[in-house]
Design a binder for this molecule. Structure first.
Ligand code: DGJ
Length: 508
């Protein structure tokens, strides 16, 4: 059974009994239909993805109330197995980017039992109220049926994790102001939440002041989602997660301008308290600049949360953040919109995803695919450090006890003594894993990597005893050649090739 395991503050997703690294990709929203799959798989092959994220649409799964249709699910399982990839299923239920657009007609057209959220001015917004018991029970029933189908149809665990809902929350208001919601808002904060937040009893406004609206909305949505998740988990205990639409981490929010109540950074503690059936909260990162991207990684990299990037932009410069995610202990990473069905977020005006868009993500996955298990295990053991190029500084230093690792960007392969200028554009990244006191596994793209003795005062200098280039197959290292001469005299220079090195060091 796939499971999320925490040990010594590090997380791993165990698949077939060992840590697994999801080299993922998500399809476009309307691509998980059997007729579209022939335009999905070739892109996944080109990417070398080992895991594909596919939505399951509630409107399809239960188009008639109480009648569940597993035909699409079966097509996804068949396709994934034929292409030897794992699946992460995304349950597009009550929430999809805040809206209820994927609900079946018996919800969509039933405003009496499944009302919309109402904003402070009394206007309905495009989101379903988290106080609809009818919708919550219906969603939970459908989700439990889906999880039951998986138990029956997927004993080999092609599906390794399931996302519950998609970017929950509501745009256009900071909370629900309907009479039913208002009554709860004016009532006491639930004890469970008080305990989790170390607060004394009172109404939401009394306890949380300026944060009351946001926390109330988060609590309301999270307990609904937990109800759905728990119903599914009771049938089939696969790992479950939720994903967040993120506001700008460096700007104050204004009510209505973001996906309120979702599992965003400021709501993590609320979600953890309200939704114990959810194994992890994950950021969807569509912020190309380095400061914002890495800030989001910092915010979700917590002792109580496993790092997973279930969605990120597919513009080429996002590819380098695969390294930063690994450096935060990620169990997986997944660019969004990776199929040739004809819809593209990027580049503007394009009619289909092109080879240029796929290439930088494909390079990462070609490097890591043969050693995905090795890296997942090393990361679980806390032995991996990895960085993405920051255009503001062209050198980054990693610290491994007596060894420092210096990563430089924008250096020629030949020659010493130059100052790194940075890559134009900044597309570099590097990963170093410690295998022994003086032995490291190193890979990178568009970067020069070198080692130096951390204690500069010691006068000791680094010596490459041996630098092997090779490749893992499973846990087995296959030697290809030794790098020496020009290949090591100017540091270890990584280009846009698949280059994995085992480095043995000494001092002199
Ligand atoms: C985030 C959502 O989770 C996705 O389903 C998709 O709508 C992207 N945004 C944008 O394409």
């Amino acid at each position: 059974m796939p499971k999320l395991v925490r040990r010594n503050g590090h997380y791993a997703l165990f698949v077939n009994g060992a840590p697994y690294l999801m080299l993922g990709a998500q399809v476009n929203n309307s691509s998980a239909w059997p007729a579209m799959l022939p335009e999905v798989w070739p892109v996944m092959e080109e990417l070398h993805a080992n895991t594909v994220e596919m939505p399951i649409y509630w409107e399809q799964f239960e188009s008639v109330q109480g009648r569940f249709d597993d035909s699409v699910l079966k097509a996804l399982l068949r396709g994934a197995r034929a292409h030897q990839v794992h699946l992460v299923l995304l349950w597009f239920g009550t929430w999809k980017n805040g809206s209820g657009h994927y609900t079946p007609r018996f919800i969509k057209l039933n405003e009496t039992q499944a009302p919309h959220v109402v904003n402070a001015q009394g206007k309905k917004v495009d989101s379903l109220s988290p106080y609809s018991t009818f919708a919550m029970h219906a969603d939970a029933r459908a989700f439990a049926d889906l999880m039951g189908d998986l138990k029956r149809l997927d004993p080999q665990h092609t599906v390794i994790m399931v996302q519950v809902e998609n970017e929950t929350g509501a745009y256009g208001t900071d909370r629900d102001y309907s009479p039913a919601a208002q009554k709860l808002f004016d009532g006491p904060v639930p004890e469970k939440l008080l305990a989790a937040m170390h607060k004394a009893p009172g109404t939401w406004a009394q306890v949380f002041g300026a944060d009351a609206n946001e926390y109330f909305q988060a609590w309301s949505i999270a307990r609904y989602v937990n109800f759905v998740a728990a119903a599914g988990k009771a049938v089939n205990p696969l790992p479950l997660y939720v994903n967040a639409a993120l506001p700008d981490p460096f700007h104050a929010l204004y009510p209505g301008g973001y996906d309120s109540g979702g599992p965003m950074p400021m709501n993590i503690r609320i979600w953890k308290a309200a939704a114990p059936s959810i194994d992890l909260l994950a950021p969807d990162i569509y912020m190309p600049d380095y400061r914002r991207y890495t800030k989001e990684l910092d915010l979700y990299d917590r002792p109580d949360n496993a790092m997973f990037v279930p969605e990120t932009g597919n513009k080429g410069l996002y590819a380098r953040y695969f390294f930063a995610a690994l450096g935060h202990g990620a169990i997986g990473f997944s660019p969004f919109g990776m199929d040739a069905t004809g819809y593209v977020n990027y580049p503007l005006g394009a009619r289909k995803i092109d080879a240029k868009t796929v290439a930088p993500f494909g390079l990462n996955y070609r490097i890591f695919e043969p050693m995905d298990r090795v890296i997942a295990k090393l990361n679980f053991e806390g032995k991996v450090q990895a960085v993405s190029e920051d255009p503001a500084v062209h050198t980054q230093t990693l610290h491994f006890g007596k060894w420092d690792v210096v990563v430089e960007y924008g250096m020629p392969q030949f020659g010493n003594g130059m100052k790194p200028k940075g890559n134009q554009p900044p597309d570099g990244g590097a990963m170093v894993a410690q295998l022994g006191p003086n032995e490291f596994l190193v890979t990178a793209v568009h970067a020069r990597v070198d080692f130096k003795v951390a204690d500069a005062a010691s006068g000791l200098q680094r010596q490459f005893v041996e630098v092997q280039q090779g490749q893992y197959a499973g846990s087995q290292w296959h030697f290809k050649r030794i790098w020496n001469g020009d290949q090591t005299d100017y540091g270890l220079n990584f280009t846009s090739g698949v280059q994995v090195l085992k480095v043995t060091l000494a001092t002199y």
